[in-house]
Design a protein around this ligand. Structure first.
Ligand SMILES: [Zn+2]
Length: 62
């Protein structure tokens, strides 16, 4: 299981690295400020147990 992941900021399009917490549940959602533009991205994380994959994407907070 990977312990970090890269997402693309929903505002400025820059890549950010975030640390994952697999113990936090199979589907997670949390807010993290972009390291480049400092705006809040809502990160959605889904773990796929069958394949050991993590899907992460960022959406803009409205
Ligand atoms: Zn940004």
């Amino acid at each position: 299981m990977q312990e970090n992941a890269v997402y693309t900021c929903a505002y400025c399009g820059e890549e950010n690295e975030t640390f994952l917490d697999p113990g936090g549940g199979q589907n997670q959602e949390y807010v993290e400020d972009c390291q480049v533009c400092c705006r809040p991205n809502i990160l959605r994380v889904e773990y796929d147990d069958d394949y050991g994959e993590v899907v992460i994407w960022a959406v803009a907070e409205d």
